[in-house]
Ligand binder design. Sequence first.
Ligand SMILES: C[S@@+](CC[C@H](N)C(=O)[O-])C[C@H]1O[C@@H](n2cnc3c(N)ncnc32)[C@H](O)[C@@H]1O
Length: 250
Amino acid sequence: MKNWLYQVFIHQTTKECYQGSLSYMTQGSHLLDVGIGNGLMLETFGPLIKSKGLKITGIDIDAGYLKHCKELIRKHQLEDYIDVCQGSAESYTSGQQGCFDFVLFSMSFMVLRDPRSVLDRARSWLKPGGEIVFVQALFKRRSRLVDLIKPKLKYLTTVDFGRATYEKDFFDLLSENGLTVREDRVLKGEWLNSQCRMIVASFRDTPLPSASPRDRGPSAIKVRSAREGLCPVAIKAVSQQATPPSGLRR
Ligand SMILES: C[S@@+](CC[C@H](N)C(=O)[O-])C[C@H]1O[C@@H](n2cnc3c(N)ncnc32)[C@H](O)[C@@H]1O
């Protein structure tokens, strides 16, 4: 029942989130999917995961979702590509220090109890030059209604959508934790004054462009809409960051 409701309420959004994030991942990368959920995205992206040779470690606190996820892994013969385990982001330790090219939070960052401490932990999960990919709804303007409704959606849908995340708070949090935004893309348009965005960030003090999982050359932040046009709102959000302009270049 819970998986069915999940399918009804967020299957389409899940597809769009993983379309954006998995396309961003480079060939052969190893990623930690924090809050992988019931793995519905595997129905669509199994072939992409195989063709890119991605290695995915998924963690989630919900045993029911993970059971469903494991069934889909078997159904799509993805055992060589995906491994899942039950656990929380707040306590997860990778067996090996710094073994992931990417840490992905697809609609899971805003449900974490203590996002700041998780960002701190993520540093040790990443290889040097690794990147954190956030996919989530960002709200532009504060709204009491949104603050009230969003956390309560779980009682209606069983899916925890967490609290509303405001653009400025989010970018401030990244900056305070030593992260620099590398890419900011709008994946989906407006809903109640929010946009579903993919934001890629890396730790400012991590070494060397050459150690990065992808070689994007001298890069300023790229801010693009779903149609690859420039997105003025997102540009504004990025320009509000505390990170100095020199921090945008590798
Ligand atoms: C909205 S769902 C997103 C699932 C999937 N990533 C997607 O995009 O469809 C959020 C997921 O995060 C998981 N989650 C919540 N708190 C967590 C935590 N502290 N550590 C790991 N996973 C968590 C939930 O169980 C749920 O599966």
